[in-house]
Design a protein around this ligand. Structure first.
Ligand SMILES: NC(=O)c1ccc[n+]([C@@H]2O[C@H](COP(=O)([O-])OP(=O)(O)OC[C@H]3O[C@@H](n4cnc5c(N)ncnc54)[C@H](OP(=O)(O)O)[C@@H]3O)[C@@H](O)[C@H]2O)c1
Length: 322
């Protein structure tokens, strides 16, 4: 099968297409023929080995697993003997840690895999897994409900566009911060208020929130502290300069009445099913910036690494966009 392979850490050019052996599903696995996948920030971090710490999981000197790619949508091609939830030709979507930048991938049936939402194309379905899973892990820390307020910084990114829709679903009053070109989009996703960060510094307008969620790892607790109500929570997605965020998360457990948290997302079937339900109820939609054929993975990756994508960047295989 064709797959995007990398043998060493480095810039996007280390990625190249290669013929590799097609995987064979184990007893409890499903073999998925992939029609669409994505390039996300985690793929980029693993490929460039930034932060360095990622090498402890992916291989100290060179990558142990040669195929990246987390999100996938496609059709079941074969099932292991013990698989009961999926059948050949089922249309599925979901995510795993690696291996989706290829024509086929094996995934455990108990992993983050579900039947594709009704009425959704494969390329849309590939873009509704990673962002919402991370956003859900973060928002669960926020106790969102009616009467609670949240400011989402970086609302135009993959995690940000998911967080706006999920926070709204949970009943919170949502203020979304993004640049001018994304204002209409985030309003359409359900934001009650929008702040254009090119025109206004939200930390100086006197407004306060129960939760401030930095969905793009570009802000800081120090600068946001005054925008939090007493007892407020600051949620981060990044380790921060010199890994200060985990240290702050520990410190603020004991000092002060405002808390910092850095949730570690787990990709689960429950979350994928939850998002599927929201999609089918018309409460969640994918945001796709650009779509590239798998062959253009280097170009797609370069674009993701500009840090300026709106929502998600999709790769399609075999020309399938349905
Ligand atoms: N915790 C985890 O496990 C985990 C996993 C994956 C990723 N992450 C982290 O989560 C963060 C977000 O990931 P993502 O995939 O959602 O990012 P993304 O989609 O690449 O975010 C890009 C968006 O952020 C906006 N943005 C860039 N700089 C900004 C700034 N200074 N202020 C406000 N908005 C800005 C961009 O809009 P503009 O046009 O305004 O630039 C763009 O729309 C990253 O820092 C990533 O490292 C964490």
């Amino acid at each position: 099968m064709r797959a995007v392979v990398y043998e060493k850490y480095g810039p996007p050019d280390v990625l190249h297409l290669e013929e590799v052996e097609r995987p064979v599903p184990k007893e409890d696995e499903v073999l998925v023929k992939i029609h669409a996948t994505t390039v996300n920030r985690t793929d980029c971090g693993l490929r460039s080995a930034k932060p360095f710490m990622t090498r402890y999981f992916t291989g100290l000197l060179r990558p142990k697993r040669r195929i990246l790619g987390m999100e996938l949508a496609g059709e079941v091609e074969a099932v292991g003997a013990a698989v009961s939830q999926f059948d050949v030709r089922d249309e599925v979507f979901g995510l795993k840690g690696f291996g989706a930048h290829a024509e086929y991938v094996c995934i455990r049936e108990s992993a983050a895999l579900a039947h594709k939402p009704a009425g959704m194309t494969f390329h849309e379905a590939a873009a509704v897994c990673d962002g919402p899973s991370i956003a859900l892990a973060c928002l669960r820390k926020a106790d969102l409900r009616e009467g609670r307020s949240i400011l989402i910084y970086g609302a135009s990114g993959s995690i940000g566009t998911a967080a706006v829709q999920l926070a709204k679903y949970f009943g919170a009053h949502v203020t979304a911060v993004c640049n001018t070109k994304a204002l209409e989009l985030v309003r359409s996703l359900g934001a009650d208020e929008v702040v254009d960060y090119l025109q206004e510094d939200f930390t100086k307008n006197g407004e306060t929130y129960d939760v401030v969620f930095d969905a793009v790892g570009k802000h800081s607790f120090r600068r946001c502290r005054r925008s939090l109500k007493p007892g407020g929570i600051y949620i981060e997605t990044d380790l921060g300069f010199m890994w200060h965020v985990p240290a702050l998360a520990l410190l603020t457990r004991w000092i002060g009445d405002k808390r910092v948290t850095l949730p570690i997302p787990k990709y689960t079937k429950e979350d994928v099913l939850f998002v599927k339900e929201l999609i089918e109820a018309g409460r969640y939609r994918p945001v796709i910036d650009r779509t590239y054929p798998l062959e253009d993975v280097v170009e797609a990756t370069r674009y993701v690494e500009t840090g300026q994508k709106t929502g998600n960047v999709v790769l399609t295989l075999n020309g399938v966009v349905r």
